[in-house]
Design a protein around this ligand. Structure first.
Ligand code: ADP
Length: 175
């Protein structure tokens, strides 16, 4: 039985993430969709909110477990007996970063392999930072995120008020 982990910040999830998680769930016996609680970037949503979005997205998949984690991803993977780390690839830049991260992780944990799934073409340009930027500027994000995420993003922007993009500085996926 192969347990895989799909880690990330997921602030918030979008259809590109859901596509990778649900495809990975068809390949592996169990997929642990893991949200890193406090990454080194500014966040729009708390870990509880991000987990809640992921749970809603995974509700029809009995072999997807949504969990938070803290600290080294490989240590969390080991604690869950996961032997595979799933990552999504969009553009060639993603490959360079994932390649480097996979080598670093293998140095830390030889027993864990990274498996990268290529994005579906329609999500190739979707990222959490792009969707936040579009929303901050008043654009529609309904094609990029599920309705419950869209509603939460809109609500958060209203709560932040004018100049919300200054209060939550936008970061690119790899910053
Ligand atoms: P990070 O892990 O760098 O904080 P995210 O949490 O946004 O970034 O993404 C988690 C994982 O999902 C990464 O492997 C990332 O490459 C992948 N991913 C992000 N957006 C997409 C997309 N549109 N299509 C496929 N994979 C994606």
């Amino acid at each position: 039985m192969t347990i895989a982990i799909y880690p990330g910040s997921f602030d918030p999830i979008h259809y590109g993430h859901i596509d990778i998680a649900t495809r990975a769930a068809k390949i592996f016996d169990t997929l642990i969709w893991a949200v890193y609680d406090r990454p080194l970037k500014n966040l729009l949503f708390s870990v509880e909110e991000r987990l809640d979005f992921m749970k809603q997205a995974a509700r029809d998949y009995s072999n997807i477990k949504v969990m938070p984690y803290h600290g080294l991803t490989v240590e969390f993977a080991r604690s869950q007996n996961a032997t595979v780390m799933v990552r999504g690839l969009r553009v060639t830049y993603d490959f360079e970063v994932e390649y480097q991260t996979a080598l670093a992780n293998r140095q830390l944990a030889e027993d864990i392999d990274t498996v990268c799934l290529m994005t579906s073409l329609k999500y190739a340009f979707v990222s959490s930072s792009t969707l936040k930027e579009i929303a901050f500027l008043g654009g529609a994000i309904s094609e990029i995120v599920p309705p419950y995420v869209e509603a939460a993003v809109k609500k958060r922007l209203v709560a932040l008020g004018d100049g919300s993009s200054d209060k939550v500085s936008l970061v690119s996926l790899r910053e």
